[in-house]
Write a protein that binds this ligand. Structure first.
Ligand code: PEP
Ligand code: MN
Length: 338
């Protein structure tokens, strides 16, 4: 429930409401607004009865929030959150952040060459998978901790923060020592124990939308992380599975302006996994910025034809440089910053 106080409510009236929430065994969360204070009620499993609040002075309105998420919603947190990854600030309305790198770390040299190329072209964060969620067990599964070391070395060498995926709870602590941001992949979006674990770690998290997840499920998954105390969450739209088979997934770009209304968490777009084709990555990365995305994540490989994973959707370094050029020209078309 959200308790909206009157514009003229006094501090003692606010304190009385807060005490009433506590008396019911719930957690009050004061939400100061421009014109009035609101108090969020957290910790309830179901409907909260209006009765104890009905006669308290200073209350304008009681709003029952029936959604499975609260902390990630604008109702409970009206102002944009800014997630800092290394030196890169990710947030609605800020300079869009480009995250780039190989799908998978294949060798020390491969990731270093890629890191140098993406850094030179203007990427702000280096990506690379060490633990890979592959559809089939015969496909290359990633270099694991060795890959993580190579990614971290490359990031240090070129001066870029790094993001990499964690698939299991027991990987979280070690990966968090080296990585600047932990990625939860689409296949793990509803791995609730993993979400809680990254919620307890003091590093930003990028949560990818599950391939058949509704936006309510996506936001509820983010709520698991925030509820544990980690508010540094970036949402990533990476395409969903629909009846359409021509492309790898259907890039659901309408979610960007929609989520901007609903959540304070920044949203970025991954056109590489959504389209599955390198020639479509740049146009859709541009489209993502035009509709207001806080950034894009794209796959880059020094030799896509011989990549061990996701070669067809990976840009080569000149292709990435061209993407950066086109994104620069697109920026002026972006939706007005709120
Ligand atoms: C990835 O970004 O490396 C990845 C595996 O993506 P997704 O989880 O979106 O499939
Ligand atoms: Mn990939």
């Amino acid at each position: 429930m959200l308790i909206v106080m009157e514009h003229s409510a006094t501090q003692p009236q606010i304190d009385t409401v807060i005490a009433a929430v506590r008396r019911l065994g719930f957690t009050p969360q004061p939400i100061p607004g421009e014109n009035r204070m609101a108090i969020g009620v957290l910790g309830n499993q179901g409907y909260v009865d209006d009765e104890p609040f009905r006669d308290l002075p200073g209350i304008q309105e009681l709003i029952h929030v029936t959604k499975p998420y609260k902390l990630v919603s604008r109702d409970f947190h009206p102002h944009d959150s800014v997630v800092v990854v290394g030196g890169a600030k990710v947030g609605w309305g800020l300079e869009p952040v480009v995250i780039a790198g190989p799908c998978t770390v294949e060798s020390r040299e491969q990731v270093l060459v890629t890191a140098k190329a993406v850094k030179a072209a203007g990427a702000r964060v280096l990506r690379g998978g060490a633990f890979k969620p592959r559809t089939g067990p015969h496909a290359f599964q990633g270099l694991g901790y060795e890959g993580l070391e190579y990614l971290a070395e490359a990031g240090r060498e070129v001066g870029l923060p790094i993001i990499t995926e964690v698939m299991r709870i027991d990987q979280v602590e070690t990966v968090a020592h080296l990585a600047d941001c932990l990625q939860i992949g689409a296949r793990n979006m509803q791995n609730f124990d993993l979400l809680k674990e990254v919620g307890r770690i003091g590093k930003p998290v990028m949560l990818k939308r599950g391939i058949s997840a509704t936006l309510e499920e996506f936001l509820a998954a983010a709520e698991y992380i925030v509820l544990e105390g980690n508010v540094d969450v970036i949402l990533c739209e990476r395409g969903i599975r629909t009846f359409e088979r021509a492309l790898r997934s259907t890039l659901d770009l309408g979610v960007v302006p929609f989520l901007r209304q609903v959540t304070h968490l920044p949203v970025i777009v991954d056109p590489s996994h959504a389209l599955g084709r390198r020639d479509l990555v740049t146009p859709m990365a541009k489209a993502a910025l035009v509709v207001g995305a806080a950034g894009v994540m794209v796959e880059v490989h020094p030799d896509p034809a011989n990549a061990l994973c996701d070669g067809p959707q990976s840009l080569d370094p000149p292709g990435f440089t061209q993407l950066m050029r086109e994104l620069g020209a697109t920026r002026s078309l972006s939706t007005p910053r709120a």
